[in-house]
Design a protein around this ligand. Structure first.
Ligand SMILES: *Cc1c(COP(=O)(O)O)cnc(C)c1O
Length: 220
């Protein structure tokens, strides 16, 4: 199947209220053009520089989609990131949130943010510990920052685990999400589920999935 067919097939399969974020890392301009032509509305990037290059090369098409930062955001890249991204999904500390907020204020741009949770408590991954109190504290701090709008929470489950384990992690995230939503009006998004896990994630309440390989095939 072509990228266009893959996208359209998955778009048809998943419920309308589930946003598909295309994980663009390592993909070519041609591949990204194709997926946008197929109707993709949201592009996720792991690297600011890659996003910047892609944004420029896409021309008019770049403005037709929403841009999500889904990788670790370094402090020295925040200014550039703010020019491109509509949503930063990887906020994992008050310090990082404050740095983003200060720079957003300078350019008078409100930015949507999500709290990244290290759901599998893996050393190799970023994110806040999977404890509600910690998530809530960070959410409170963010909600006091004038230029940040808290949109939800995001997690990347560990690789190569079975469906049962995926389910358990996703249930935990759904629990955090439900509590957070009650406390913070702006919260409406639970970003969980990737190529190997999106069906399970949707069953467990995800309304934002992030797909790379399911659309484009394996990464080289
Ligand atoms: C790469 C990546 C994805 C997509 O992974 P696939 O397994 O290719 O679907 C989703 N989220 C994040 C944060 C990623 O870095």
């Amino acid at each position: 199947m072509t990228i266009k067919e893959n996208y359209r097939k998955i778009r048809k399969e998943v419920p309308d209220d589930v946003t598909i974020v295309v994980a663009a890392k390592t993909r070519t301009l041609k591949e990204i053009m194709e997926v946008i032509e197929a109707g993709a509305t949201d592009i996720g990037e792991n690297y600011v520089q890659e996003a910047e290059e892609l944004y420029k090369k896409l021309g008019d098409k770049a403005e037709k989609v929403r841009w999500h930062m889904i990788g670790h955001l370094q402090k020295n890249k925040i200014n550039t990131a703010l020019k491109i991204f509509d949503i930063i999904q990887t906020v994992d500390s008050e310090y990082r949130a404050l740095n983003i907020s200060k720079r957003a204020e300078r350019i008078d741009k409100k930015i949507l943010v999500m709290i990244e949770v290290n759901i599998g408590e893996e050393k190799s991954k970023y994110g806040i510990e999977p404890e509600y109190e910690k998530i809530e504290n960070l959410a409170r701090a963010i909600s006091k920052m004038d230029y940040l709008v808290l949109k939800g929470i995001m997690a990347m489950e560990p690789y190569s685990i079975g469906e049962k384990e995926q389910k358990a992690y996703f249930k935990k995230m759904k629990g955090f999400y439900d509590k957070l939503k009650k406390e913070f009006n702006s919260v409406d998004t639970l970003s969980i589920g990737m190529s190997d896990s999106y069906k399970t994630a949707i069953d467990e309440g995800s309304n934002m999935i992030r797909l790379g390989r399911a659309l484009f095939g394996e990464r080289k």
